[in-house]
Design a protein around this ligand. Sequence first.
Ligand SMILES: [Zn+2]
Ligand SMILES: [Zn+2]
Length: 415
Amino acid sequence: MVDEEHETSYKQEEAPRYHARDVAVVRAKFEKCVVLLGSATPSLESYHNALTGKYELATLTQRVDNCQMPRIRIVDLRQEKRSDRVGTILSEKLRTAMAERLEKREQTILFLNRRGFSTSLVCSNCGRARDCPNCSVALTFHRSILRLTCHLCGHAAAVPKKCPECGEDALIYSGFGTEKVEATVGHIFPKAVVKRMDADSMTRKEAYRETLRAFRAGKIDILVGTQMIAKGLHFPNVTLVGIINADLALHLPDFRAGERTFQLLTQVAGRAGRGETPGEVLVQSYTPFSPSIQFARHHDFAGYVEQELEFRERCDFPPFKHAVLITVRSAHETRGKFSAETLARRLCEALSEEFTVSDATPAPLEKLHTQFRFHILLRGGAVMRLSRLIREVMDKLPLPEDVTATVDVDPYQLL
Ligand SMILES: [Zn+2]
Ligand SMILES: [Zn+2]
């Protein structure tokens, strides 16, 4: 039994890179036994296997205890008044819905997949952001510890009083994370008990369980959190779920962005109305008409799968073709770039036309842990042969000492 089979955490991101779900399937084949893959939002790979008859599909058409599916409403953030600065965090509709819940002593969950207070510190004079010295991302401001930190490598820095680049006293905070949502909610509803649940607030092991217990006992009115609260938790008194920004995953340069958004919305929405009172979900978005948001809104898994599979097939992405991602890393930008370009050229020469090889390009996340990163993406049907050919090419191409390359078959991390 593989529960929540769509979870990307089943994929091991360090060598040896394997997918635990796929290992379970292979193992069951050896042992001649049945594997049950369970999920409310199956991965496209597994669902495609069911459609093509490789797997057998068993569908549960009713929610546990016959609960009604929650009503999902989309809030178009573009319509919020610009002068209303709170509006971009909590739209008027969401505020009203929360106030109603507080009055009725029902509970609310607010979901935002981003930690911290402000997501960047930008100079309004010269326009430069405080970036991590080791990675190509902006540092996030955490108000509780009054520091800027990098969410990728953990680098921490003091908050400068003036812009280190131009010397002007013109630094402004922009963007927001869960910490700011918590503060904003506390400000608007001063009488409500608000608690935050994310990797920053849940550093102690017991904190997670204690918070959930208090929430279940009704001692918390509003719970603000990240992914951590999206999992299959059951709270009968939660009748409202607010998704603060549904667009966060959509704009990542990743072919699974739509799938992730649909899954996340569906999973988070499933937290609402698990008791007798039907639940309501408010989804805030700047792109309210994007397909994954619309399909999630109508609880239309079949419709979403159909359009997503069509896109994957047209673009030769999994589950139709296998993808292999090679990441070349080096502390020296030019050496990394040169090695990646050489490797891409050799692969092109060695592989027949049934495989496609992309050019070597800087990764979307160009620098991580002081290493510059370059990507080569390969696609094709026969993944075993493709992997073998890649290995042969790489064995024949000695990389400089300070350059490393890793191969990831059917990757889940494309940044
Ligand atoms: Zn400046
Ligand atoms: Zn960093």
